[in-house]
Design a protein around this ligand. Structure first.
Ligand code: IDP
Ligand code: MG
Length: 147
């Protein structure tokens, strides 16, 4: 069983897509472990996106991600990192396949609605930035044996 960090970005919140996106994750059969509605600070944004420091889109990305509330989550399931990256779709709005969140709702790459961890190491790192261990809820998800 794997965990991942997902975050509906300020554009997704403002566009009223929290319910739609959470619903897709629930219907997939994934397990919600933690959730938090917050405005990401500049310091937290720098930590979260440190791998992109120096790139052309880095500064605008920090501005954008801290420009309004986001909805941060931890989800759990077998292969949850690869599965959620597939549900989210490619970074470039033009390359995201129909049926993915980014294809269905995003027009531009810089307003692509949701973040998803891309590896187990980054998932652990990002979960640690946004959540303390006591905020990760351990419970039996009774549908798991049917998924
Ligand atoms: P990901 O979110 O699909 O993992 P990354 O390459 O990790 O994509 O980039 C992080 C975020 O930076 C993207 O989700 C997007 O918001 C922004 N970004 C990445 N590349 C570009 C770009 O070429 N133009 C504008 N924004 C970009
Ligand atoms: Mg990424």
């Amino acid at each position: 069983m794997e965990r991942t960090f997902l975050m509906i970005k300020p554009d997704g919140v403002q566009r009223g897509l929290i319910g739609e996106i959470v619903s897709r994750l629930e219907r997939k059969g994934l397990q919600l472990v933690a959730a938090k509605f917050l405005v990401v600070t500049k310091e937290t944004a720098e930590k979260h996106y440190e791998e992109h420091k120096g790139k052309g889109f880095y500064e605008p990305l920090l501005e954008f991600i801290s420009s309004g509330p986001s909805f941060a989550m931890v989800w759990q399931g077998d292969n949850v990192i690869a599965l959620t990256r597939a549900l989210i779709g490619k970074t470039d709005a033009l390359e995201a396949l129909p049926g993915t969140i980014r294809s269905d709702f995003a027009v531009h790459t810089n307003f692509n609605l949701i973040h998803g961890s891309d590896s187990p190491a980054n998932a652990a790192r990002e979960i640690g930035i946004f959540f303390s261990p006591s905020e990760l809820v351990d419970y039996e998800h009774t549908i798991q044996r049917w998924v």
